[in-house]
Ligand binder design. Sequence first.
Ligand code: SF4
Length: 116
Amino acid sequence: MIDPGQPALQQNIYSNTMKMKRFVNHIIGKIRRFYLIQFKKDYIQSQLKLRRGECRQCARCCSLAFRCPLLTSENLCLTYMKGRPDVCKLFVIDQRDIDDVAAAGGQCGYWFEEVK
Ligand code: SF4
């Protein structure tokens, strides 16, 4: 947390560092999901069987790292029924994706059943 007694410059550096860290984490998440979808289809299938809940259509996952250009000002997807990419259709793949949404201030409607 930011100490209110810190000088403004230190607070700015801290704030910008945290923003950069979140941005990098979101980019890594995008690359990870792309990789999993392309090369780890068995993992995707097993994760989908464990996935519970439902999409709340909050569009938070459409703005990780950057806002999707296909998102309208009302947060609606212009291509939702016309062939969204698999990275969109299959989100969330695992707990790391839910954590990414949380790091961006959202609360995904999905969760994963624990494997016993
Ligand atoms: S963050 Fe989760 S609940 Fe929100 S739109 Fe994406 S998949 Fe749906």
